[in-house]
Design a binder for this molecule. Sequence first.
Ligand SMILES: *[C@@H]1O[C@H](CO)[C@@H](O)[C@H](O)[C@H]1NC(C)=O
Ligand SMILES: *[C@@H]1O[C@H](CO)[C@@H](O)[C@H](O)[C@H]1NC(C)=O
Ligand SMILES: *[C@@H]1O[C@H](CO)[C@@H](O)[C@H](O)[C@H]1NC(C)=O
Length: 358
Amino acid sequence: MAASQAWCCLALLLLLLCDPTRLSRVPMRMQRKGIVAEAMRRLQEVFDIEALPHDVLPHRKPPQFMVDLFNKVADSNGITKAPGLLEGNVVRSLEDRDYFDQFYFYFNISSVGRNEQMLKAELRVFKLNKNHVPQKSFWQHFLKVDVYELLDRRRKPQRRNLISSRLLSLYTEGWEVFNVTQTVSKWVRNSSTNHGFLITTTHLSKTKLESNFVKFAKSRHNMRDSRNAFLVLFTNNDRQKSSSFLPSSTDQIVPCQLNDLFVDFHEIGWAGWIIFPRGYKAYYCKGACLFPLGESLRATNHATVQSIVHTLKLSKDVSTPCCVPDKLSSISIMYFDDNENVVLKNYKDMVATSCGCH
Ligand SMILES: *[C@@H]1O[C@H](CO)[C@@H](O)[C@H](O)[C@H]1NC(C)=O
Ligand SMILES: *[C@@H]1O[C@H](CO)[C@@H](O)[C@H](O)[C@H]1NC(C)=O
Ligand SMILES: *[C@@H]1O[C@H](CO)[C@@H](O)[C@H](O)[C@H]1NC(C)=O
């Protein structure tokens, strides 16, 4: 859907929700219900949300990494301030869905559309500390960490692919980030190849190699911990087309200008799962485009000629030009999807920043 249509659809819904007197012009309640349902459906399309998540926010916080990312990308009103920061327009954090095996991690990537272009996938795991024991040698200070892709889950012995290896100090604690782009891209193309990750650690003690001596924080029995492993996916979903401007009505004496319009996710009934922001200022364009079109009306040459034709009544069908957004900016929204994953999305052309006669 063209962004301007998206924009009109939002405006329509807001008018319906905010100003019930307008509805009296719609003869039947049924008709209103139909319009609201259609508006909600279009709105879901605009925000690219297939299934509406549960009404209530899960009782947990989004990963700090996602909150920090949101704050880098957008201001508190959701206005995108650094559009180039994300390579694509969608970032998802998926939580580990295996609650039993300490070294095994499984992520359900079904929310990624097959038409989405995978740009980057990061496995983020929190290495837990090992109590300090005095070490004799330099090498005993180190731990080797291997990240594998499992090629089948259930069978033994497990077939696996090494994705990444690194040496870490035994005694530090903190986040480790592994590039798993290639593997996850394959999983997205064919989800039946997703058998999860295995992380092994080996450590040279005094005399022998010890395995899996060090652990990574892990969701156990559904217990939430801010240090639990998660997978971050950066994708591009270019279904958001750039705009072609549609006219809005122009029968006011006030000249064409930007007007306040706050889109409140609470009023739309989406407050339960949108984490940030609470709503955003979309603005709208309203006002007359009468001859002569002053500088501030940012008229196109075409609009200027049209307004002259209209004023001189050179052709009776020609109306005044239309007052429409001529600059739009993007917003960013972070929400829980229906699988309780945290998603950050950039939406193009959602805020009118100036109006003009076109
Ligand atoms: C992944 O999530 C989807 C959507 O919630 C669900 O239908 C599917 O069964 C899940 N897959 C696995 C392997 O758990
Ligand atoms: C991650 O891996 C992919 C594919 O293996 C590679 O193209 C990309 O450059 C890597 N990214 C980083 C940041 O190392
Ligand atoms: C997906 O992967 C499975 C298992 O490797 C394979 O049997 C199947 O043919 C693949 N499907 C497609 C569409 O490539």
